[in-house]
Design a binder for this molecule. Sequence first.
Ligand code: SN0
Length: 315
Amino acid sequence: MTNFLAYDDVTDLNALIQEGLNAKQNPFADQALGHNKTIGLIFFNSSLRTRMSTQKAAQNLGMNVIMMNVGQDSWGLEMEEGTVMNGDKAEHVKEAAAVVGKYCDIVAVRAFAGLKDREQDYREVVMNQFKKYAGVPIINLESATRHPLQSLADCITIEEFKVRKRPKIVLTWLPHFKPLPQAVANSFCEWINHTDAEFVVTHPEGYDLAPEFVGNARVSYNQNEAFEGADFIYGKNWSSYQHYGQVLTQDPSWMVTMDKMRLTDNGKFMHCLPVRRNMKVTDEVLDSPQSLVIEQAANREWSAQAVLKGVLQSL
Ligand code: SN0
């Protein structure tokens, strides 16, 4: 694996899931692989799990880790080519990515969607500019349209907890007052569409995700109907794709409650975190044995380790 930006960079999903499970069993088996190798973790946005799990995974593999919060610790970075840089961005990504690539063997980048300009977000400007100029492998730590390390952790978690070969998996929209990116939901669709599952996406009208991510998943505007017989309920809020970046409704009836979980077949609740309690999902659900959110977050370490191992092997 030379880059990890999207599902397309994966050659064998089942093998990658197995790598993650192997790392969980034996975290230090590949300590020599990363010896004297350095990863740079570049953050344009906040992070808890991604930052800590990627650092931990790199250390498990014997790597050195350098972190940078762009715009707080470093200069603001200009992404567009050919601009007159007379604004607040003091450095161009052409130099910044090239320089970071001189210090690091792998560069990992988090840059959320701006949610103002759909065309610009879906062009994946930041990831593509780093890929173009860093000269070393790039790992996506959540970009404008995707969060593949999260999706791999989700696949590992589903593999661990599924009770039938072809589980019913439901991605449900949850209410939120802020416009959030579509990245986690997009990626979840992209990855689950490559697994053997009955996959349903449910959300209010106006919240349809980009068709290239939804693929052949069944879409339902009726959450109760979607939940029936589900093995996994994956909750996430996202802002509208059609009315780009807008909050069209905060309808509290979309919050996941115990009554709704009872429609499932003893289904498990999943969420990438951070989650706002009693707005997106009730305390009762999150604190119940049906909630997998902590196991899911723990698996971020093994998802990152499986990917870093694959990239280190390509160096
Ligand atoms: C991010 C998102 O993409 O939705 C990161 C998820 C891993 N989530 C948020 O920004 C939540 C912010 C909030 O105020 O609830």
